[in-house]
Design a protein around this ligand. Structure first.
Ligand code: AMP
Ligand code: MG
Length: 359
């Protein structure tokens, strides 16, 4: 990654009352080929003019992102789909009608106009319309779709607050828009709609069960979308890289059955105890339902199993916290892979570098 050199301008924009002068300033930076970090309802994005290949290339430099990992193009108006893709399928409009603006990304065949860099040389482009007033206004004022991956250095957990982006990206971009904490705290759900039935590329903030209800089709869930194996390059480029990872070791303790939480936590605690008996300092990422079963170990609470929205929202904060604590190893509980549970398990398994223990 390049050394920080740019003077970064920080614009604090209140999402409930966005300052238009600040947004005009940020939009001008996009128009002239610069980099702007902006909030979305999922995580912060690192944006550039999607139609300007030189601007897009700067995103990869700022993040230290491998060039074969494509970006998501953010639009503010459904008509922009026609700039990015020719012959958009009816199913896409059906999904857009129901979920946009919102945390759903669709992968479509790309038009010739989309720069090579955005799609990392693929025949397809990933698109979504974010549900955040600041993001939408920024795209609209820029007058162009904005290509943006998450605004973290490659491999690290995605930023869910202005504090995270300032800490990670100062000096690497022209503008950081700080609008506080993001709503979902986890990235969008990505489906490849060029396939029939559609293929899940990444579970995210929108549970796939909701998408299935709308298109009245079962979505195919490959093993890599569950975070169990790395994706092959051809299907989901970029997903082969280690992601979301704290720098300290993390283990995930999974069960095929979470219905008896007392029994499950006993198993988790036995494992944690063994680590502690070996002289390791451990932090345990646990749900609020099970903390009562653990003693003498530091706990990071992820929230309630009955509210997976909360667990997903707390996840990246917890992964970042691991690096700040005086511990040797982190251990996390697992969650049932239903609804947002699929998303949570994908991130935990990948963050652990597939260090999964089954009990
Ligand atoms: P990020 O939101 O930072 O994870 O970056 C965008 C994600 O979208 C990456 O995981 C990419 O692999 C994925 N993506 C972007 N474009 C495509 C595409 N054309 N096909 C498959 N995946 C894509
Ligand atoms: Mg990312």
């Amino acid at each position: 990654m390049h050394e920080p050199v740019k003077p970064t301008r920080i614009l604090r924009i209140d999402p409930s009352n966005p300052r238009i002068d600040y947004l005009i300033e940020a939009a001008r930076v996009i128009k002239y080929g610069g980099l702007v970090i902006f909030p979305t309802e999922t995580v912060y994005g690192l944006g550039a003019d999607a139609m300007n290949n030189l601007a897009v290339r700067k995103i990869f430099e700022a993040k230290g992102r491998p060039l074969d990992n494509p970006l998501i193009v953010h639009i503010s108006d459904i008509n922009q789909l026609n700039i990015l893709s020719d012959n958009v399928k009816e199913e896409v409009y059906q999904l857009a009608e129901k979920f946009w603006p919102g945390p759903l990304t669709v992968v479509l065949y790309r038009s010739e106009r989309v720069p090579y860099e955005v799609c990392a040389g693929l025949e397809t482009v990933a698109v979504r319309m974010p549900a955040h007033p600041v993001a939408l206004k920024l795209i609209e004022l820029s007058g162009t779709p904005i290509a943006a991956p998450s605004a973290n250095p490659a491999g690290k957990p995605s930023p869910t607050s202005g504090e995270h982006v300032k800490r990670d990206m100062m000096g690497r971009v022209d503008v950081i828009i700080d609008s506080g904490e993001t709503l979902y705290g986890v990235e969008s759900t990505i489906i490849d709609i060029t396939r029939d039935p559609p293929l899940l590329l990444r579970p995210g903030a929108l549970p796939i069960e909701e998408i299935e209800k709308t298109i009245k089709k079962k979505i195919v869930i490959p093993e890599f979308a569950r975070g169990l194996i790395e994706a092959s390059e051809a299907i989901a480029p970029g997903m082969k890289y280690r992601h979301y990872a704290p720098s300290k070791p993390l283990q995930v303790i999974e069960s095929s059955d979470y219905s008896n939480l007392e029994r499950y936590s006993l198993g988790v605690f036995k494992h944690v105890k063994r680590l502690m008996d070996n002289g390791l300092k451990v932090v345990l990422l646990a749900s609020s339902e099970t903390t009562q079963y653990y003693h003498e170990v530091e706990i990071l609470s992820l929230g309630s199993r009955k509210n997976l929205f909360e667990v997903a929202r707390n996840l990246y904060k917890a992964l970042r916290k691991i690096d700040e604590l005086d511990i040797d190893i982190a251990v996390s509980e697992g969650f049932e892979e239903k609804g947002l549970g699929l998303t949570i398990m994908n991130r935990l398994r990948k963050a652990s570098g597939y260090n999964i223990i089954r009990i």
